[in-house]
Design a protein. Structure first.
Ligand code: NAD
Length: 295
């Protein structure tokens, strides 16, 4: 059993911390939101009045925060947790942030003799609750080996992508592809509907044809075609358009840094940004269909 400090108990962090409790760990939690904190305590975690108190005596520190600026503030500047934890405390950041920030944090940790992993996830809130997340991990072999039993409490597919920052690069590639195939799926289904097809029938046809893809298979964007997906609950829950726009910004950063052409990713980013600007940021990203339905 490890003593784990967990900071950031939102849509993802809350259920992830709950799964660590289920895995038999002592989990000390902190979040700026009282409601998020209470949720985690109801799941068996120990509430802390601050991030600094949460890390006292911890062997592992996990952060699950919105963006790089928050992780930097918690680890290095405002809370400066890297100056408060022991050298034996492994730091795992599972937030989706830019690869450069992840590399800088890894270096800041190494300067203090501390091991750091970037370990962003895929699988959404459903995967976080079920403990079936995919983890893409960047960092040393030794830190990865130490983290594995902890990550296995929260995920099913755990990959060592490479050195520091590699997890974030893998995540940027994956989410850019997700944005592209969701936009393509929305575009094709909308064209079919406008030409008189039943979206359910068209979805079945494409699922058995060469247009098959993840968005069509498990995340159909047309309301009423599939049960249990955000489209069938007014695009609530799931993966917010705001977060997809953030991730596409990170993908563009990665493309610039490596001079990789990403015309499809750029087009998808333009579409999701437009959709966000029309006030749809809080809706699930499959609500992009609304943009296409404007006449
Ligand atoms: P969220 O906004 O629901 O949760 C973030 C939590 O961090 C909030 O509870 C907030 O109060 C807390 N927080 C912010 N600053 C803090 C600070 N300084 N100290 C303590 N707590 C602080 O976000 P989420 O959906 O849980 O996503 C978290 C990360 O996971 C993001 O980087 C996101 O891109 C990524 N992600 C999300 C999904 C998804 O489906 N929601 C899927 C994969 C990855």
């Amino acid at each position: 059993m490890s003593k784990i400090a967990f900071v950031g108990l939102g849509n993802m962090g809350g259920p992830m911390a709950a799964n660590l409790v289920k895995g038999g760990h002592e989990v000390h939690v902190f979040d700026l939101s009282e409601a998020a904190l209470k949720h985690a305590v109801d799941a068996g975690a120990v509430s802390s009045p601050s991030a600094t108190v949460a890390v006292e005596g911890a062997n592992v520190l996990i952060t699950m925060l919105p963006a790089g600026i928050h992780v930097e503030s918690v680890l290095v500047s405002r809370d400066a947790l890297l100056d408060k934890i022991g050298k034996d405390c492994l730091v795992i950041d599972s937030s989706t942030i830019d690869a450069d920030s992840a590399r800088n944090l890894s270096k800041a940790a190494a300067d203090r003799g501390i091991e750091f992993l970037d370990a962003p996830v895929s699988g959404g809130t459903a995967g976080a609750a079920a403990g079936t997340l995919a983890f893409m991990v960047g960092g040393s072999d030794s830190a990865f080996a130490k983290a594995l039993p902890i990550l296995e409490c929260m995920g099913k597919n755990i990959f060592h992508a490479g050195g520091a920052g590699a997890g974030q690069v893998a995540k940027a590639c994956n989410n850019m592809l997700l944005a592209i195939h969701m936009a393509g799926t929305v575009e094709a289904l909308n064209m079919g509907i406008n030409n008189g097809l039943d979206p359910k029938v068209l979805s079945e046809i494409m699922l058995k044809s060469s247009g098959r893809n993840w968005s069509l298979e498990v995340y159909n964007p047309v309301p009423g075609v599939q049960e249990g997906v955000p489209a069938s609950r007014n695009y609530e829950g799931g993966f917010m358009t705001d977060l997809m726009c953030k991730d596409l910004g990170l993908a563009m950063d990665a493309s610039q840094a490596s001079r990789s052409p990403v015309p499809m990713g750029s087009a998808a980013r333009g579409l999701f940004n437009l959709h966000q600007a029309q006030g749809n940021g809080p809706l699930d990203f499959s609500s992009l269909l609304k943009l296409y339905q404007q006449r």
